[in-house]
Design a protein around this ligand. Sequence first.
Ligand SMILES: Nc1ncnc2c1ncn2[C@@H]1O[C@H](COP(=O)(O)OP(=O)(O)OP(=O)(O)O)[C@@H](O)[C@H]1O
Ligand SMILES: [Mg+2]
Length: 226
Amino acid sequence: MSLTKGLFVTFEGGEGAGKSTQMRLLADSLRARGHDVLTTREPGGSTGAEAVRHVLLSGAAEAYGVRMEAILFAAARSDHVEQVIRPALERGTIVLCDRFMDSSRVYQGITGNLEQGFMETLERVAVNGVIPDRTIIFDLPAVIGLERARRRAADERPDRFEKEQLETHEKRREAFLDIAEADPERCSVVDATRPVDEIAAEVLSLVEALLPREDESHPSTAEVAS
Ligand SMILES: Nc1ncnc2c1ncn2[C@@H]1O[C@H](COP(=O)(O)OP(=O)(O)OP(=O)(O)O)[C@@H](O)[C@H]1O
Ligand SMILES: [Mg+2]
């Protein structure tokens, strides 16, 4: 559980699973209901982290090995948490983040073959107590996700992570499902093969369940005065 008063929701899963699409739709729905919402993404989301994002996604850091990449992801996450996410949560904002710590566990930890103890230490330092209240894992066969991602970016070259083997992407899918199984309090798995609107309705209901009811969200005059 996070110690902050906002709500922190992360969107996780493989390439093309619909994370960005669903985050945008959820933000629109929550704003239409009057909530204060901040959308952000990883790697990046703060000035320092966006500088590191380019190094990571261009593949410039690949030559230095997966440990170096994992440390750079953690450095970016730390900046993002301290500069953007924690302050927003402290203001009572709903923070929606496109990828967060589970992507590091999966991409660098599982398919990068880094030792668990090393990854746990990096995660602890990077998140520094800011754990998502809810993580939505978008699940679909890797072949469908990659096809969607490629169609979307037909004119762009695949990034450092998209170009890896299908087998690697399937292993990541399993790793995300393992995370969800190990931490059912935090994680919800959503079947991402369905139509966009159907998924959006499920995502909204998952998040609305965590929000105070309308009649509780406005403190009474007596509470404000005290
Ligand atoms: N439920 C869906 N059914 C069919 N197509 C979808 C669905 N959700 C998203 N798409 C399409 O698939 C593509 C990838 O979606 P999106 O960018 O949201 O995925 P992502 O998980 O953010 O991918 P990445 O990890 O590459 O950032 C987009 O073109 C989007 O319009
Ligand atoms: Mg995306």
